[in-house]
Ligand binder design. Structure first.
Ligand SMILES: O=C(O)CCC(=O)C(=O)O
Length: 274
């Protein structure tokens, strides 16, 4: 559970840098499950497999419901919790890929400011490996101006970036495999390239209270992972009984498509990065 210092820090700064979730061995088993899947298809995840993969992999379906993840999240957003999406963030060793400074509330179409991202490390995300950094306090006040650059190495859907930001205020959030960071999705965040000799592998899980609604997309879904949903603004997703369960797989096609529609709304180009 989060202590009062962490909770006060979250209110003031918009993030909590490192929370222990599980041992490095347990996290390694999840990494191995993902890498075994990559092997079966002869290479990295396809873009569409990066998003909402809790509908594809039963280990990820379990992670978004794991009390070690949800107990701290409940302290931040309350007892009733929907998981809007998950996204894999994998930077191979030595790759030039980076994530420019951005605020997720600018393009997720969600009505609430109370959305929290739990970024879980499947491998060590050190400073050298390009861990995430945040700009404290940017989760309150006006949203900052963004521009779409379509930069080929920027992993964001449109290669977006905040135009006028002082990166000297950044705080880095290195994580060991098995830890997670928590940040409010209105907080400016980003990450540099992976200069280590191992893959930097993480999955972000995006949790929201059920009063949230989708204001951009025409149809959207979410997993009810704890408590009750008195609002029913999102269609509840099915659970995969096993990896690539055909029923959940068919739902994933629609769910990933709906998310892509939201993320690319109003963009000049669709780079199909998710
Ligand atoms: O993995 C990264 O470096 C960035 C992740 C991110 O932007 C997010 O979780 O919202």
């Amino acid at each position: 559970m989060l202590n009062s210092t962490a909770l006060t820090g979250y209110e003031r700064d918009g993030f909590i840098p490192a929370v222990d979730v599980m041992s490095a061995e347990e996290a390694l088993a999840l990494r191995q499950a993902l890498e075994a899947f990559e092997k079966t298809q002869g290479g990295q995840l396809a873009a569409v497999q990066r998003s909402r993969a809790f509908l594809l992999f039963s280990w990820l379906d379990k992670l978004i419901r794991d009390p070690r993840v949800l107990d701290p999240v409940a302290q931040l957003i309350g007892p009733n919790i929907l998981c809007w999406s998950t996204i894999f963030w994998i930077k191979d060793a030595g790759s030039k890929q980076f994530v420019d400074w951005h605020q997720d509330n600018t393009y997720w179409g969600l009505s609430s400011r109370k959305v929290v991202t739990a970024w879980f490390a499947l491998s060590d995300a050190s400073e050298q490996a390009g861990c995430m950094g945040v700009i404290p306090g940017t989760h309150v006040g006006d949203t900052l101006t963004h521009e779409d650059t379509y930069d080929e190495n920027n992993m964001l859907t449109r290669g977006q970036r905040i135009t006028n930001l002082d990166p000297s205020r950044a705080v880095l959030m290195p994580l060991r495999a098995g830890q997670m960071s928590l940040h409010n999705y209105c907080l400016a965040h980003g990450s540099g390239p992976n200069l280590s000799d191992d893959r930097r592998m993480g999955v972000s899980m995006h949790f929201m209270p059920p009063e949230t609604s989708q204001v951009v997309g025409s149809w959207d879904c979410a997993a009810l992972v704890r408590g009750e949903d008195a609002y029913q603004h999102f269609v509840h997703t099915p659970r995969p009984r096993f990896d690539l369960d055909p029923e959940a797989l068919a739902f994933h096609t629609r769910a990933a498509g709906a998310m892509r529609e939201v993320l690319y709304a109003g963009a000049q180009k669709n780079l199909s990065r998710l």
